[in-house]
Design a protein around this ligand. Structure first.
Ligand SMILES: NC(=O)c1ccc[n+]([C@@H]2O[C@H](COP(=O)([O-])OP(=O)(O)OC[C@H]3O[C@@H](n4cnc5c(N)ncnc54)[C@H](OP(=O)(O)O)[C@@H]3O)[C@@H](O)[C@H]2O)c1
Length: 308
């Protein structure tokens, strides 16, 4: 679903830009706040982190907003939008703290968090008071907020929650270039595991590969020069023609002696990486099987080497 072309933000909010309060304004929080604010979609209100210097740094990055030092002060900071962008484990306790504050009319408000795993159920304490609630997960790495300002557009943002919140957040995230789509809450653990594998584990694989090159005596600069084009080319191939068609190398060719030599060397020099090598090898073997070029005997030989 993507309503950006159907529903302009002004129609959804029905007024001038709504105020956005932020609880937990770290990498993701400050990036989204700046994108929303620069696009004139929100007026940034209160910014709350436990450490005031973190809130001041977020305010400087966003270019607007009011730093508050105590969550209790939010009682006097009305807002239509509430972003809880704390670490995942802190979302629920923060929401419970918010729900216990006096003087906030939650009936006209929308609250959301951005966890890939947790669902809108984390916001139940506010929902009980009439607040519209949702989770929105941008499939984006916010490692550098400055860089994310330009790289965010076209990011897929998965939403789940109640309809009013989804409508508002779909419009908001689409207006900063996100591709808003919905997800079933029960699908979030597998969905999030997939994004972790594609993003974080790709980096872990890079680290493992660099460790083997270091043991092989290849200096750091040369290792980078060697891996950068190799990894970019393989990833581009995989994304363009799909993993089955893109797989090359000893497993795709059925070169079992080569594979055995790798495992022997890894066990001798970097034994902690053997399970990484063999478990990825088992995945590669599944792709090779789907390519259909190896016979049953070759598949069985490789499988035995990888499982030994
Ligand atoms: N980073 C990403 O690439 C990414 C991508 C997609 C989704 N997300 C999601 O976005 C959310 C935020 O992640 P992040 O990477 O932006 O985290 P982060 O950079 O560590 O920022 C978290 C912020 O929350 C504050 N905080 C921690 N405990 C708090 C508490 N009890 N009350 C109020 N504020 C608190 C921290 O400041 P203090 O220590 O000063 O309190 C910090 O500013 C998470 O739900 C995460 O799953 C992140």
């Amino acid at each position: 679903m993507n309503k950006s072309t159907e529903t302009p933000p002004s129609t959804v909010f029905n007024t001038c830009p709504p105020t956005l309060n932020i609880i937990g304004c770290g990498k993701l929080g400050r990036t989204l706040a700046r994108l929303f604010s620069d696009a004139g979609l929100v007026s940034v209100g209160a910014i709350y982190n436990r450490k005031i210097e973190n809130s001041q740094a977020a305010q400087a990055f966003i270019g607007t907003g009011r730093v508050i030092s105590d969550i209790e002060q939010l009682s006097n900071q009305p807002a239509k939008l509430w972003m809880i962008s704390t670490p995942d484990d802190v979302i629920k306790p923060s929401v419970e703290q918010l729900a216990n504050l006096r003087g906030i009319d939650w009936k006209k408000a929308t609250a959301f968090h951005c966890s890939g795993l947790k669902t809108s159920a984390e916001l139940i304490a506010l929902q009980k008071q009439g607040c519209a609630v949702a989770s929105v997960h941008p499939a984006h790495s916010f490692a550098s907020p400055e860089h994310s300002l330009s790289s965010f557009p076209s990011t897929v943002c998965t939403l789940e929650g109640n309809e009013r919140a989804i409508n508002i957040l779909d419009t908001l995230f689409s207006a900063i270039g996100g591709q808003a789509t919905t997800i079933k809450p029960e699908a979030k653990p597998l969905y999030h595991a997939a994004t972790v594998m594609a993003s974080n584990y790709l980096i872990a694989l890079l680290g493992a590969s660099e460790a083997l090159l270091e043991k092989a005596g290849i200096e750091e600069q040369l290792a980078s020069a060697l891996l950068a084009p190799l990894m970019r080319q393989s990833l581009n191939n995989g994304l363009q023609v799909g993993p089955v068609n893109a797989l090359t190398g000893p497993i795709a060719r059925g070169d079992s002696n080569t594979l055995q030599a790798h495992i022997t060397a890894i066990k001798q020099s970097v034994p902690e990486l053997n399970s990484v090598y063999t478990s990825m090898g088992i995945q590669a073997l599944k792709l090779a099987q789907q390519q259909g070029s190896l016979n049953v005997e070759q598949l069985a030989t490789i499988e035995k080497i990888l499982h030994d």
